[in-house]
Design a protein around this ligand. Structure first.
Ligand code: UDP
Length: 325
């Protein structure tokens, strides 16, 4: 099977590409390299540099490659940035995504695994969060992903586009080979920022809000190892009908707990300072992922924070400047 991976040079995309190749799939990576990195492109994959905003180019490319399925990772994914620049999120995550699926329909490519997010739920009415919760995003990032899910539903009904929406919680850790890890040009994510302090590249980590409605006042998230995420994508390819799944471990850890575990893993004191809460941040997001376990046969191997942080730390120690670009 030949899989076309948009955003295949990004953090989650590159690691899924490596796992797909290890599992015997043929892969074409499609990436603009705006957020992705040249060195994150698997040498065993075909690579096409392109932007989904270029409608003619994606139509021509899809007609030429004619893959068996598409995994769509290419997107902007920063909650905070989406609150100041919503247009960037709606154009890339929604409008450019429509170029992709129109190109798929034109080329008769009928299967898509879509990288969605728990941010489509907004502030959950209950935790753990299963797929029956209403989707009421509280930031443009989550809204853009929800709108794309809604568009996909119509494309299935009208064009027979089978799609699997994978709603991730917080991806973390590095690839099993140690080759690929998390490197964003502007790093806003918690775990890499905490590890940058341990590497001596930042003086302290900011804790965004210590008065949230959680036991220690800091936000709780469900950190899922990237290798487990990749495994779910490969299982999703086997589905014959459209569906949607939450992907998380079911365990929540607070920002304070992340800092504490990172102190233990790195042996560094990692100074942390409380700062005002970040706009658009729900206090507690923890997955109920039974549906993925039941229907995809998916079972996360990593359900504790420490091995996830160890995996991230090993990569950051080996790549202190990320991919160096
Ligand atoms: N966070 C923090 N300090 C940072 C980065 C993030 O306190 O330097 C918090 C953030 O407010 C959120 C959690 O850590 O509650 C996870 O944030 P991240 O950006 O990693 O992922 P998100 O949940 O926004 O997708």
């Amino acid at each position: 099977m030949h899989i076309f991976v948009t955003g295949g040079a990004g953090y989650i995309g590159s690691i899924c590409v490596e796992e797909l190749l290890n599992a015997g799939y043929q892969v074409t990576v499609f990436d603009s390299l705006v957020e992705g990195h040249k060195l994150a492109i698997e040498p065993r994959a075909n690579f096409i540099q392109g932007d989904l905003g270029d409608r003619d180019f994606i139509f021509k490319t899809m007609a030429k490659v004619k893959p068996d399925a598409v995994m769509h990772f290419a997107a902007f994914a920063l909650v905070g940035e989406s609150m100041t620049n919503p247009s960037k999120y709606f154009i890339n995550n929604l409008a450019n995504g429509i170029n992709l699926i129109d190109a798929m329909v034109a080329a008769d490519v009928k299967k898509l695994v879509f990288s969605s997010t728990c941010a489509t739920y907004g502030i959950p009415e209950k935790v753990p969060m299963d797929e029956r919760l209403p989707q009421k995003p509280i930031n443009p990032y989550g809204q853009s992903k929800l709108m794309f899910e809604q568009v996909l539903k119509w494309y299935d009904q009208i064009h027979g586009l089978v799609h699997v929406n994978l709603r991730y919680f917080n991806a973390a850790g590095a690839s099993a080979s140690g080759k690929y890890g998390e490197d964003h040009r502007i790093e806003t994510h918690l775990i890499p920022n905490v590890l940058k302090v341990a590497l001596g590249q930042k003086e302290q980590v900011d804790i965004f809000g210590d008065k949230h409605a959680t036991p220690d006042g800091t936000c709780i998230r469900d950190y899922i190892h990237i290798i487990d995420l990749a495994a779910a994508h490969i299982l999703a390819l086997k589905r014959e009908t459209s569906s949607y799944y939450n992907l998380g471990t079911g365990e929540g850890y607070s920002v304070q707990q992340v800092v504490d575990v990172a102190r233990k893993v790195t042996g560094h004191p990692i100074p942390a300072v409380a700062k005002p809460a970040r706009a658009g941040d729900p206090p507690r997001l923890v997955a109920g992922a039974h549906k993925a376990q039941k229907e995809l046969g998916w079972k996360p191997q990593f359900n504790r924070l420490q091995p996830i942080i160890e995996s991230a730390w090993n990569w950051h120690k080996a790549h202190p400047n990320g991919y160096g670009d």
